[in-house]
Structure formats: structure tokens, C-alpha cells
Design a protein around this ligand. Structure first.
Ligand SMILES: NC(=O)CC(=O)C(=O)O
Length: 298
């Protein structure tokens, strides 16, 4: 179990809207929201965008809107338009312009060598360097007859690794939306020393009211970490109705900030001392008895 080494920091979650079918307009909207958040007082250290914000959230659209995403560590000057799409270029500029860390939400990624499409989240430092990328590991394939049917695997491939990144204010774990339903991811990140799990997301008006808040509270309570989910605003014109309700939950599983379904920005102050106090008072993180638990993968 790694120790949490973190400093207090401020989080800004951008519940973008109204998003539409024109990619350049969605990018403009994101640019304005990032700029607005970066100018708020006190200035946030980390800004977060939602899941699939440059494209409609529809399996039939992912390929058309997909772009190449380079490997972390590459700079814009070493990447050509063949290995880096317009959204990635714009996100680098947004982070640089804001002077903040940026989780650039997720976008459909096209891997040139295999022609596969992924739901991919990217992270930038304040110099616009791409420092991490996460491909959604658990694809959203559900069927609730008459209410919500979605099959990401019709056009997307799953990622097959877990993602964390180190920032000067602490280590952060990254997942995308449906990934939150798989508690192993958050538990591994917490045990690796992450102070927070952050999920660019887009639940819907069926599963949102059922599980959005509960899942964040569960991941936060089990692991005694901060948990945040950032959604697009609801758009009545869209084929997929995002739930909204962008939220931050603290290590005691209390909701610190919550949006409604409209476009907005919410802020939260992440406090490592609060996390440490929670773990001291309720020491479950050091009381686990792994020698007693079976290997659940068998
Ligand atoms: N959109 C998702 O990936 C997940 C979701 O809506 C849910 O789990 O519910």
C-alpha cells in the first residue's frame, strides 16, 4: 500500500453544453470553458472535461469523428497531423493557455496501425505536454429494454491497461465512465497512492438516477479517496441524453459539489489532510487481510 503524497489542490469540472454535431464548434466551446475556469479565483490546478465531448455519443459516429492520439511524452513540435488530430492540438493549446493541468475528457481515438477505434482520455501538463492517455477498459454494452440500450463494442475496442499520472499536487487515477462500475480499478489506484479517481463520463437519464451518485460514494468510501465524474450537460436534441450532475465526493463519501443538468462549471478543493484524518479514524486501508481473500479471477 503506497503512501499518499499530495498537496492541497483545486479541481474544476466543466459540464460542457450544448454540444452538437459540429466538431469545431464543440472544440470552441471547450476552449471557452477551459479559459473561464482558468480565470476563476482561486485558480484551479486541474481542469477536467467530460466523456466524448468533440463528437456525438453514438456508436455510429465514433469512426467519423475519430483522430489519432500520440503516445504520452510526445511534444506538439515532434507530432505531425498524421499522428495527432485537431482535438489533441487544441487541448495542448488549452492547457498551455490556461497554465493548468488538464484532463481533456475523452474523444474517439483512431489507432492508425490497426484501424481500431478507442474511447480515449488524455492528460496535459501546463506546458501542453501530453503526459497520459487512458483507453476505456470496460466498454458500455448494456440493454435495459425500452429504456437504455447501448453497445460501444459495435465500433470501439477496449483498452487493456490502467492509467495513473503524477502531478506536482499528487498522483491521480484515471478511468472513463463505465469503468467506475468495476471497483478493482479504483482500489488498485488507491493502493498505488492516488489521492483521487477522476472519470470523464456520460451516464444517461436511466442509469444516472439509479447509480451515478451511489457509485462515486462507493468508490470513495471503499478506498478513502476523492472521486469525481465530469459529464456533458444534457442536450434534448441529442440521441443520447447525458445525465449531467457532474460531481465530486470526498473520502468520507460525502458529496462536496454537484451540478444539475445544465452547462456549468463546478469546483472542489482537494485536501490531503482530510483524507489522512479519514484513514486514521477508520483505518480500513491498513486492516485488509489479503491472505484470507481468494483469487477472485479464478
Ligand atoms: N456511458 C457509460 O459508459 C456508462 C453508463 O452510462 C452507465 O454505466 O450507466
Amino acid at each position: 500500500m503506497a503512501l499518499i503524497q499530495a498537496k492541497p489542490f483545486r479541481l474544476a469540472l466543466l459540464q460542457l453544453g450544448p454540444l452538437g454535431r459540429v466538431k469545431s464548434a464543440n472544440i470552441d466551446l471547450a476552449r471557452k470553458a477551459v479559459e473561464q475556469a482558468s480565470k476563476s479565483e482561486p485558480k484551479p490546478h486541474l481542469i477536467v472535461l467530460p466523456e466524448i465531448w468533440n463528437s456525438p455519443y453514438a456508436v455510429s459516429d465514433f469512426r467519423e469523428y475519430s483522430e489519432p492520439v500520440p503516445e504520452p511524452g510526445s511534444s506538439s513540435s515532434s507530432s505531425s497531423s498524421l499522428d495527432e488530430g485537431e482535438t489533441i492540438r487544441a487541448l495542448r493549446e488549452m492547457a498551455r493557455g490556461a497554465g493548468c493541468w488538464l484532463i481533456g475528457g475523452s474523444i474517439p481515438e483512431r489507432e492508425i496501425s490497426t484501424d481500431k477505434i478507442y474511447n480515449c482520455a488524455t492528460v496535459y501538463d501546463p506546458e501542453g505536454r501530453l503526459v497520459a492517455k487512458h483507453r476505456k477498459v470496460h466498454l458500455f454494452d448494456i440493454d435495459i429494454p425500452g429504456r437504455q440500450t447501448f453497445k460501444e463494442s459495435e465500433t470501439l475496442s477496449p483498452g487493456d491497461s490502467l492509467t495513473t499520472f503524477e502531478a506536482p499536487f499528487g498522483k491521480i487515477g484515471l478511468g472513463i465512465c463505465y469503468d467506475i462500475r468495476f471497483p478493482e480499478m479504483a482500489m488498485i489506484a488507491a493502493r498505488q497512492g492516488c489521492i483521487a479517481m477522476i472519470y470523464p463520463s456520460a451516464f444517461n437519464t436511466t442509469t444516472g438516477p439509479m447509480h451515478w451518485k451511489l457509485l462515486q460514494q462507493a468508490r470513495a468510501m471503499d478506498n478513502q479517496i476523492y472521486v469525481a465524474m465530469c459529464s456533458p450537460a444534457r442536450n434534448k436534441e441529442a440521441s443520447y441524453q447525458a445525465y449531467g450532475h457532474t460531481m465530486v465526493v470526498n473520502p468520507l463519501a460525502e458529496v462536496m459539489a454537484e451540478a444539475d443538468e445544465h452547462p456549468t462549471i463546478i469546483y472542489a478543493d482537494i485536501d490531503p489532510e482530510m483524507l489522512a484524518t479519514t484513514r486514521r479514524n477508520l483505518p480500513v486501508t491498513i486492516q485488509r487481510r489479503f491472505q484470507v481473500y481468494p483469487n477472485v479471477a479464478e
